[in-house]
Design a protein around this ligand. Structure first.
Ligand SMILES: Cc1cc2nc3c(=O)[nH]c(=O)nc-3n(C[C@H](O)[C@H](O)[C@H](O)COP(=O)(O)OP(=O)(O)OC[C@H]3O[C@@H](n4cnc5c(N)ncnc54)[C@H](O)[C@@H]3O)c2cc1C
Length: 543
């Protein structure tokens, strides 16, 4: 390891890898330090059930990356290094308790027909949603790709004001803060359409009764119609490898098994990092892909920091926990009902809007939900090479779990003292397996292997996923958008000059969009590394 770099990244999540690739390609000397024994953070591909069954153990679906600014810039270099995206015309569907179903495809005409089938007028309503969204899509997606606390953020606001006028801007803001429940029930008549769209709010870290969840549902639904559900051929690791190769080919370095224990600062400016074991690396700029808890509570010397920053980090809240279950199957699941189900990438099992709402509420009150929303991912519907011929895999996600359960809403499982033990994990996984088997009755007879990850297991894979919160911090409005990670600590600059904070805990939040890494890389390339005019936030802290 050379001892001086332009930029050192702490952690190798998607934001670090994309940021490092952009900077290395532009001629910067970049080093990525990762404490785990593999690169990629929440992207991890492995044969965890049986040989030949390739599972994306954590994150699986790449619409956010494929729609990202990073991909727009790096696509050619990534493809040259072996990355290939596969996609499907059947990205998502819903199955209710009684077996009724609904689908969203990549064809606008078919979606109009499908929703019209469920309730007269819902198809037309969908058309109005898409038509109403498109003229301002640049503003909505702009929010996710811009440093909001900056001149660029101000520019975006001004652009919106010029285009929409004061009244229009107020209307758009109202449309942004609306809940999914209000938006769905005002817009569509059919409970099937509500059931189809409501579970998607879970993938933004929200529930259907939370502020902004209506806007997030619209963004995701339109993005799914436009972009489908792409995955890398062979698994997410292909993206990690291709990004790492861009860094290496440009002279940068990536090291695993290297835990940063201290970010070094001198006179208010960053100087480098120290790893456990004592090795130090000096750098003009450090980009930390960690939670605020780790950044301000461990990596920085608190005695040098302004009290408001420490207090803001201390108040950072984590969200609900998640569990993942992976199945290896001797044959594909034989779904009962609509013939499209086996070909659909992500099927949500839930009674519908109220079902999602109830499960979220139970989880928020510390209970295992009686009837969770089961996210049934079928990676083979997009990438058939992930299992031997004729066999199958399922990727199951359960996002409505308490980090420390106090009880079971169904009154069946004894949660003990709330520790996610192996026993608790397996008993909850049994409940979910039985739920899926009600709709795909061959599930249990076809079962070759099952590996479940409880919230505690998920945190063990990556310290940023605190107590199994896969979004590295609650996405409630006061910790989202211009307020992420905290209202008094927004954006990516920190009170230490030359130290940047990226990752899921920062704007634009979680997901594989690589937004924060890209924003910071662009910022550094525009204005030069470190030693720069300090931000309004820094000045507010008196630095
Ligand atoms: C189970 C699960 C499923 C998901 N599914 C999807 C999906 O399908 N699609 C989607 O778009 N998003 C999904 N997400 C969300 C998305 O994967 C994450 O938001 C995103 O990958 C986070 O990236 P990041 O850049 O913040 O870094 P992370 O992925 O959090 O990685 C950070 C890395 O930093 C390392 N690190 C931390 N501290 C230190 C230190 N002190 N020294 C050295 N290294 C350190 C960690 O070991 C880790 O490898 C999922 C997440 C999870 C967990």
């Amino acid at each position: 390891m050379s001892d001086r770099y332009d930029m050192v990244f702490v952690g190798s999540g998607i934001n670090s890898l994309a940021g490092a690739a952009l900077l290395a390609r532009a001629g910067k000397r970049v080093l990525v330090l990762e404490r785990a024994d593999r690169l990629g953070g929440a992207i991890w591909t492995a044969e965890i059930t049986r040989p030949g069954f390739v599972h994306d153990v954590l994150a699986c679906w790449h619409p956010l990356f494929v729609g990202s600014a990073a991909y727009a810039e790096l696509a050619e270099d990534l493809h040259a290094r072996g990355l290939e995206y596969l996609n499907t015309e059947l990205p998502t569907g819903w199955v209710g308790s009684d077996g009724s179903s609904a689908f969203l495809t990549t064809s606008h005409e078919r979606n109009v027909e499908e929703l019209e089938r469920h309730a007269r007028g819902d198809g037309e309503a969908w058309s109005r949603v898409v038509q109403g969204f498109m003229p301002n899509a640049d503003l909505c997606f702009g929010v996710l790709t811009t440093e909001l606390w900056s001149r660029a953020g101000g520019g975006l606001g001004l652009k919106a004001l010029r285009r929409l006028g004061r009244r229009g801007l107020v209307e758009l803001t109202g449309n942004i803060v609306v809940t999914a429940r209000d938006w769905l029930t005002e817009t569509f008549a059919s409970p099937s359409t509500h059931g189809l769209l409501a579970p998607w709010v879970l993938h933004t870290g929200l529930g259907p009764d939370a502020a902004v969840s209506g806007f997030m549902t619209q963004v995701i639904a339109v993005a799914i119609e436009l972009g489908g559900m792409p995955v890398p051929k062979g698994g997410g690791v292909k993206l990690v490898e291709a990004l790492a190769d861009i860094v290496r080919d440009a002279g940068g370095a990536l090291e695993t098994g290297q835990e940063v224990e201290r970010i070094l600062a001198e006179n208010g400016s960053v100087a480098g990092v120290r790893m456990t074991g004592g090795t130090t690396v000096s750098a003009g700029c450090v980009v930390a892909n960690v939670t605020p808890t780790q950044l301000y509570g461990r990596l920085l010397d608190g005695s040098d920091l302004p009290a408001p920053a420490l207090e803001a980090a201390r108040r950072f809240r984590y969200g609900r926990a998640d569990m993942q279950i992976h199945f290896a199957l001797d044959e594909p699941p034989r779904w009962e009902g609509d013939e499209r189900l086996p070909r659909t990438a992500i099927v949500h099992l839930t009674p519908g809007l109220d079902g999602v709402s109830r499960a979220i509420n139970e989880a928020d009150r510390g209970l295992l939900p009686a009837e969770a929303t089961v996210v049934v991912g079928q990676p083979l519907a997009v990438d058939p090479c992930r299992a031997p011929d004729g066999k199958s895999i399922l990727w199951i996600q359960l996002q409505e779990l308490p980090r420390k359960p106090k009880g079971d809403a169904a009154g069946e499982i004894d949660v003990g003292d709330g520790t996610w033990t192996e026993d608790l994990r397996e008993r909850y996984a049994d409940r979910i397996q039985a739920r899926i088997a009600r709709h795909a009755p061959n599930l249990e007879s076809a079962l070759l292997g099952r590996v479940a990850f409880s919230p505690a297991d998920i945190e063990r894979t990556n310290v940023n996923l605190v107590e199994g919160d896969i979004y590295s911090g609650s996405c409630a409005l006061d910790q989202n958008l211009i307020w992420r990670p905290r209202p008094s600590l927004p954006g990516h600059r920190t009170p230490v000059e030359g130290l940047y904070h990226i990752g899921a805990s920062t704007h634009p939040g979680p997901g594989l969009g690589a937004g924060s890494g890209t924003i910071v890389a662009h910022d550094l390339l525009r204005e030069g590394p470190a030693r720069r005019a300090f931000s309004a936030v820094g000045r507010r802290f008196g630095n």
